[in-house]
Design a protein around this ligand. Structure first.
Ligand code: GLN
Length: 485
């Protein structure tokens, strides 16, 4: 096996035993990027010099015996997360020249842990989308089939892990943007409980839904990375002051006593039969490992998409008001006066989907409509959360498909926003409730497209999710399969 193909925990062992240096690992990954990035386009910005400097620093640290699990490990970061001195575009024209003067909390934590930064990954503009086609910088391609989308909005982060262009990566998930691309690309992706990971330095899309989380080649790496990035941060008032569990410790193979809830509505909602088949088989594997299943119901799930497409655009319309060409980012040239400058900057700077969301949100929040739309949606959101609360009285985790279909073709849904929005039908309810969720590979279609199993947990019960996912992985081989590139 090549170094770039390995997981962080495997590389960590080699580093500790001094069988390899971080410099060698980093060079191997950079070489791989050179070979495949022209076909995948997972990155908006590559930072090879920074990576080699960080690798040298990591090697010094390892020599001194001070290495943690992420020391010397090449990571990629979604371009919506601030990195001091490194371009952070959010996939948008309007931030084409934005170099943040500070690091996000997760960036700081990774630096402190001695990680090596390979670059900033491609994404749907401002994380709005499910295919990475809404990037101003062009689409990312799915490593399993270059004619298909990698999912989105964190498509670059998912594809980079799947194509071995980094060892682990970070994404953000507002309505499925970590789990859905993880499913499309055959990797593990986890959205932590809202408040588990600080959003400080994550460029806001919908602040009450956004959460940062890991992508990795296996469950153990997600547990390791989650532990590094979690924790309270006073500069994010929504980050929660709870101790961070030792997530890797939660990985035990035995599922006896675990109760899996199977939401009966999901399988009734027009799921692709190949997805339903693989997820059904996965549930059988979990049962063999000692878990029991119960039928549960999430009766308000039908409203989740409608609720999300009011709440998320409302918050986005407010969050994106700051991009006006004055303090930072792109500014339209040759305009007549201040108002004209604002209008032209925003007209030229934002893509079609972002404009659609801003218009939807502004409309829904306008005087006279607020009660009918935003307020109503907020109330239904509470009902959706209560559905989960009731379900979790009867089970430890929920198991369901991550996405209704495998990765679709590039261009297939670009003219039909509603079809695109339906890609997130199984991931959105978890964000509305604020719960943690993970997607891991559970099968492949006959043409070799990955299928994802989603495991959802109660608030701050990431450990249970990881335990179920790890046990599944230990008894199956899907995570070992690699795309032919
Ligand atoms: N696809 C959903 C949207 O377009 C979710 C995106 C996300 O999670 N950032 O809003």
């Amino acid at each position: 096996m090549k170094l770039y193909q390995m997981t962080a925990h495997q590389l960590h062992q080699l580093l500790l035993r001094k069988e390899v240096t971080s410099r060698e690992i980093t060079q191997s990954v950079l070489q791989r990027v050179e070979e495949v990035e022209g076909r995948i386009h997972a990155f908006i910005t590559l930072t090879p010099e920074m990576a080699l400097e960080q690798a040298a620093a990591a090697d010094r640290r390892i020599q001194k015996g001070e290495a943690g699990p992420m020391t010397g490990i090449p990571v990629a970061i979604k371009d919506v997360i601030c990195t001091q001195g490194v371009l952070t575009t959010c996939g948008s024209h309007i931030l084409e020249n934005f170099i943040p003067p500070y690091d996000a909390t997760v960036t700081q934590k990774l630096k402190a842990a001695g990680a090596v930064f390979i670059g900033k990954t491609n994404m749907d503009e401002f994380a709005m989308g499910s295919s990475t086609e809404n990037s101003f910088y062009g689409p990312t391609r799915n490593p399993w089939d270059l004619a298909r989308i990698p999912g989105g909005s964190s498509g670059g982060s998912a594809a980079a892990v799947a194509a071995d262009e980094c060892i682990v990566s970070l994404g953000s998930d507002t309505g499925g943007s970590i789990r859905q691309p993880a499913a499309c690309c055959g990797v593990v992706g986890m959205k932590p409980t809202y408040g588990r990971v600080s959003r400080y330095g994550l460029v806001a899309f919908a602040s009450s839904l956004d959460q940062i989380g890991p992508f990795s080649k296996d469950v153990q790496d997600s547990a390791l990375l989650l532990k590094v990035i979690s924790g309270h941060e006073p500069r994010d008032s929504t980050s929660v002051d709870l101790p961070v569990p030792d997530y890797p410790q939660a990985l035990v193979e035995d599922l006896r006593g675990m109760v899996l809830g199977v939401p009966r509505e999901t399988f009734a909602q027009g799921v692709d039969p190949r997805v339903a088949g693989s997820v059904g088989e996965a549930i059988e594997v979990l049962k063999k490992l000692g878990a029991k299943t119960v039928d549960v119901s999430l009766p308000h799930g039908n409203y989740a998409l409608a609720v999300y497409y009011l709440i998320a655009p409302c918050e986005a319309s407010s969050n994106l008001a700051r991009y006006d060409g004055v303090k930072y980012g792109f500014r339209a040239r040759g305009t007549d006066d201040l108002l004209d400058m604002y209008q032209e900057t925003r007209w030229q700077g934002f893509g079609a989907e972002v404009k659609r969301r801003i218009m939807l949100g502004t409309y829904a929040l306008s005087a006279g409509y607020y009660d009918a739309y935003y307020l109503k949606a907020s109330r239904v959101r509470t009902l959706i959360r209560k559905d989960f609360e009731e379900a979790f009285q009867r089970c430890d985790v929920l198991v369901l498909p991550t996405a209704p279909t495998p990765a679709f073709r590039i261009g297939e849904k670009m003219d039909d926003p509603l079809q695109m929005y339906l890609s997130d039908i199984f991931t959105i309810p978890c964000n509305l409730a604020g719960l943690p969720g993970l997607s891991l590979p559970c099968g492949f279609t006959a043409e070799g497209l990955p299928i994802g199993l989603q495991v959802l947990g109660n608030f701050f019960q990431e450990e249970k999710i990881l335990r179920v996912a790890w046990a599944f992985e230990q008894n199956t081989d899907h995570h070992r399969r690699k795309p032919n590139l």
